[in-house]
Each structure stands twice: as structure tokens, then as C-alpha cells.
Write a protein that binds this ligand. Structure first.
Ligand SMILES: [Zn+2]
Ligand SMILES: [Zn+2]
Length: 312
């Protein structure tokens, strides 16, 4: 079957799809036939032509992307945990995860990745075709990609806030979400340490929101989705890192949640339910921690005083 990576289907056979050529050879042919493609687009197209099976190409791409990005992003935090210099930036400085804890977490996360997350990954391409998610090279422009990713961040954060808040109620907590709260002082690797039901539910925010988007607009590129998933993974791992630096993103974007926000959630078990942003917790008065409680009470006091003033 000819790959959908080129809008002109004859290009695929010209560059050597299905002729048993090596990846390097196909890449060289693509450079000659399609000189307008940038480096990333060339590799993307070569991958699809080399695989000679779009279902396998998309499935493997997603699985490898998830594994690589998750562990590549967790590794620096693991190293930082071994260096005492960084202790001053640790939000809960006395709680350094032990090797045993990290090993347990790693095993569980790997098992979950292979068993739970591999199923939707393997059925992803047929769904892409049905929904009209494109795999074509060239990619859309950055003016299309950036607003789409920004929208996915906002939508995912909203889904995450409500689903996570629900997970803190009675049976949902007891039988599902409790697993994720095993670590009161989180570390990067434990971002996806969760019950399969939680992984599926919260994962809907990451994968389901772009699906709803493409169902509505009829247009989305798989590269945008790959980029979004990578950034969302980075956000999840970083928010569990346990470190708040003077150069952390939340210091420049005050509405960005960051590790400080989610660490408090693990510490107090209550409040700070959102993933990427602070606005839901602020607006619905569910911020965690003593400081937030004090400002909330101050705000309520001021409101009450103003009301009395108005009445008088
Ligand atoms: Zn929680
Ligand atoms: Zn967490």
C-alpha cells in the first residue's frame, strides 16, 4: 500500500517505497525528489516510506516517542536528585526518593506503558485515517501549529482539573487515585505512576481533546499531535520533579502551574487539581497549602467587608 505521506502518490514509488531499500537510501532519494522539505520533514517522509506500512509506522512512532520523551525528560531529575547542590531548590528538601522507591516506580510505569498504553497506540493510525488526521509532508506552518497546541493545553488542563477533582472523592480515590499518591514528595519518574483507569481517564485529556478538535474542524496534522504529546509529557514530568528553580517557567508565567503547584497537591492530598495552569484552582478556590488558605481567607474577609460597607 502506498504511504499517505506524499499527496502525490507516485512520489512514494519514485523515492523507493516498498523496494527493500535502506533508510539512508530512501532519505537521499527524498532529498533529490523533494528538495523543498526541511530536515525534519525529510526524516518523517523517509520513516513512512521505509516502514512501508502506515499503521505500523504511526504506531511505532507514537510508542517510541512516548517512551523516549518520558525517560529522557525523567533522567535529568534522577541525576539532580543525586547532587546535593540542588537540594536548596527542592520543595520538600528532606524527602529525597530512595533507589528502591524509584526502582519500584520504574517497573510499574514500564509495565503500564507496555500493557495499557500500547493498545491505543497500535490502533491509532486507522483512527487517524477515519478522523482525517494528516501524516503528509510538508507539515503545516507554525502559525497553525502553535495556536492548536496552546488550545490543547487549555482544554487538557480543564479536563484534568475536573477529572482529578473527581478522583479525590471517596471510592474513586480509594480504588483508583490512591496509587498515584503513594509518593507524598513526587519525583519526575512518578508522573505516570497511576492505576490503569486513571491513565485512561486523564489520558483522554491529552489524546481525546485533539480528537474532538479534529472532529469539529476536520483538520489536524500528526506532527502537531506528536509535538503536543511531547510538551504535555514534559509538563507532567516537570510538575512531578519536586524542584522549583528561580528560572522555572512559573516565575515568568505566573499562571503556569509548574512543580511548586503539583508538589503541594502531593504534600497536602487536597487542592491544586489542575495540570498546566493555575486559573481553575484560583477561580474555584481549591488552591493547596497554608499560604493559599491565608490569601483565600483574606480575600473572603475583604469581600465581606465591602458587602457590609455597601449595605451601610
Ligand atoms: Zn491527586
Ligand atoms: Zn501527581
Amino acid at each position: 500500500m502506498v504511504t499517505a505521506v506524499f499527496s502525490n502518490s507516485t512520489v512514494a514509488s519514485v523515492v523507493g517505497q516498498g523496494q527493500g531499500l535502506g533508510f539512508g537510501e530512501i532519505l537521499r532519494n527524498i532529498r533529490m525528489v523533494e528538495p523543498g522539505l526541511n530536515l525534519l520533514e525529510q526524516y518523517w517522509a523517509a520513516w513512512y516510506c521505509y516502514m512501508d506500512n502506515d499503521v505500523l509506522a504511526t504506531g511505532l512512532l507514537f510508542f517510541l516517542l512516548h517512551e523516549t520523551m518520558y525517560f529522557v525528560r525523567s533522567l535529568p531529575w534522577f541525576i539532580i536528585d543525586q547532587i546535593p547542590y540542588f537540594r536548596k531548590y527542592k520543595i520538600q528538601p528532606t524527602k529525597i526518593p530512595s533507589a528502591k522507591e524509584q526502582w519500584h516506580c520504574l517497573k510499574s510505569v514500564m509495565l503500564s506503558h507496555f500493557l495499557v498504553e500500547s493498545i491505543p497506540i497500535w490502533t491509532f493510525h486507522p483512527m487517524c485515517v477515519k478522523l482525517g488526521i494528516s501524516v503528509e509532508a510538508p507539515f503545516p506552518s507554525w502559525t497553525t501549529i502553535i495556536p492548536e497546541i496552546a488550545l490543547f493545553f487549555v482544554l487538557e488542563d480543564t479536563w484534568h482539573y475536573w477529572a482529578h477533582r473527581l478522583f479525590h472523592y471517596g471510592v474513586f480515590y480509594k480504588y483508583i487515585h490512591k496509587q498515584h499518591h503513594r509518593y507524598a514528595a513526587p519525583f519526575g519518574l512518578c508522573a505516570e505512576y497511576a492505576h490503569p483507569a486513571e491513565t485512561m481517564t486523564l489520558g483522554f485529556g491529552t489524546v481525546g481533546m485533539p480528537i474532538l478538535y479534529v472532529m469539529y474542524t476536520g483538520k489536524l496534522h500528526l506532527f502537531t499531535l506528536c509535538l503536543w504529546i511531547t510538551l504535555r509529557l514534559f509538563q507532567a514530568v516537570d510538575s512531578h520533579s519536586g524542584y522549583d528553580f528561580p528560572w522555572s517557567l512559573n516565575k515568568f508565567l505566573p499562571f503556569w502551574a509548574g512543580a511548586e503547584h503539583h508538589d503541594l497537591h502531593h504534600h497536602y492530598f487536597i487542592g491544586n487539581y489542575a495540570s498546566s495552569f493555575r486559573w481553575w484552582d484560583y477561580a474555584l478556590e481549591t488552591e493547596s497549602g497554608l499560604e493559599a488558605k491565608a490569601t483565600r481567607e483574606e480575600r473572603m474577609k475583604r469581600k465581606a467587608e465591602n458587602k457590609i460597607k455597601k449595605l451601610n
